[in-house]
Design a protein around this ligand. Structure first.
Ligand SMILES: *Cc1c(COP(=O)(O)O)cnc(C)c1O
Length: 402
């Protein structure tokens, strides 16, 4: 449909707006078309048979092949510097697809402990039911990853930077440990997006995405993706999605194709604004600690500088207080005094969101586990959007006091 496009020949800004575009010869449309069709017609019974047998390329049925979804997949693969991508209905179904496509009863996986809540529930409640056991480690502790390996370890799962404290793990070092153990190394790249971090360059085998977050970036639709080597995606993930059906809709794929066109420019601004807010908070007397990977005070600042081209949108900060009750009151006062920030658990939006992890996103986590992960009553997580930084500072100052 369109001329060959070699992703290796272009920079990330170009890939975001041009990679993966398919154009029909009939209409020569400039912007990508949205193909809202569940199935595709064949010229003959023989052609239908060849398409279904995979002996001839072409579209058959949108549970597993659709041109709009193909464009989304090619563009995201290009941005991640990967050979291939399989889109899914959500970030959770991307993680589920990798797990079910690669693991079986009796297998073991090692995961960083600061991961998205539903990912932990998926490992603990659903995979466990099918005989897959999970060991959690401090993602920044290389010795802990090494020590967690067992003879039946098949998969390493890492989220970096972590939620909500933005802990940064050394992707290349964890990749070495995973590969020595013969395990598949999967990185959830939701917080950075490929605009700031490309885990495959540092040795990850597979990248999973909640495209719901920065890839859409405007809080509109759900989507997910699995990115990796061609043989892995087409040999393991594609057959799973084709059969099980956690498929990305063409409409959502189209929305997120448009999202990818502004991804690099948004991530750059998110990172700049978040760092400015983090520095402002660090100098405020009511604030105890601030967490953002681009702050010099961040414990893994050096690693973040090496593997990320920006700190990302997330800033977490802890308010001072003599007791847990006083810390919660201070945090809730800041949240409730905002007029601009949206009080919501989502992140990766053009609009700044603010949340109290202790009682919301991590509300179901046991108090001891929260303490171990450093999530206190005084902690606030901001996902800095694209508003004017001065307006955001003024919004936070309302509850912080001058
Ligand atoms: C939101 C999120 C997910 C899950 O994605 P959905 O699209 O909501 O299913 C997975 N990982 C991380 C880090 C997330 O923030």
């Amino acid at each position: 449909m369109s001329e060959p496009f070699n992703p290796d020949a272009y920079g990330i800004d170009t890939l975001g707006v041009r990679a993966g575009t398919l154009r029909t010869g009939e209409f020569m449309e400039h912007s990508e078309a949205m193909y809202l069709t569940s199935s595709f017609c064949f010229n003959s019974a023989a052609e239908a048979a060849a398409r279904f047998a995979n002996s001839e390329e072409g579209y058959t049925y949108s549970r597993f092949t659709n041109p709009t979804v193909s464009m989304f997949q090619s563009r995201l693969a290009a941005l991640e510097g990967a050979e291939a991508c399989m889109a899914t209905a959500s970030g959770m179904s991307a993680i589920l697809s990798v797990a079910l496509a690669t693991l079986q009863a009796g297998d073991h996986l090692v995961s960083s402990r600061s991961i998205f809540g539903s990912t932990m529930t998926l490992f603990n409640s659903i995979l466990a039911k099918f005989g897959v056991e999970t060991t959690y480690v401090d993602g920044t502790d290389l010795a802990a990853w090494r020590a967690a390996v067992k003879p039946n370890t098949k998969l390493f799962f890492l989220e970096t930077p972590s939620n909500p404290l933005t802990e940064v793990s050394d992707i290349a070092a964890v990749a070495d440990i995973a590969h020595n153990a013969g395990a598949l190394f999967v990185v959830d790249n939701c917080f950075c997006s490929p605009a700031l971090q490309q885990p495959i360059k540092f040795g990850a085998d597979v990248v999973v995405h909640s495209a719901t977050k920065h890839i859409d970036g405007q809080g509109r639709v759900l989507g997910g993706a699995v990115v990796g080597k061609h043989d892995f995606i087409m040999g393991k993930v594609f057959p799973f999605v084709r059969t099980a059906g956690p498929t990305l809709s063409a409409f959502n794929a189209w929305v997120m194709l448009k999202g990818m066109e502004t991804l690099a420019i948004r991530m750059e601004r998110h990172s700049q604004s978040a760092l400015a807010i983090a520095e402002f908070l660090e100098s405020h007397p009511a604030v105890n600690r601030v967490f953002h990977p681009a702050l010099k005070s961040h414990p893994q600042y050096e690693i973040a500088q090496r593997q990320q081209s920006g700190g990302g949108a997330i800033v977490s900060f802890e308010l001072k207080g003599d007791s847990p009750e006083a810390m919660r009151a201070a945090a809730w006062r800041v949240i409730d005094s905002t007029k601009l920030c949206s009080i919501t658990g989502n992140l990766g939006d053009t609009r700044t969101t603010i949340t109290h992890p202790y009682t919301t996103t991590h509300g179901r986590v046991a108090p001891e586990a929260k303490a171990a992960a450093g999530i206190s009553e005084g902690l606030i997580r901001l996902a800095v959007g694209l508003e004017s930084v001065e307006d955001l500072k003024a919004d936070l100052l309302r509850g912080l006091g001058q």
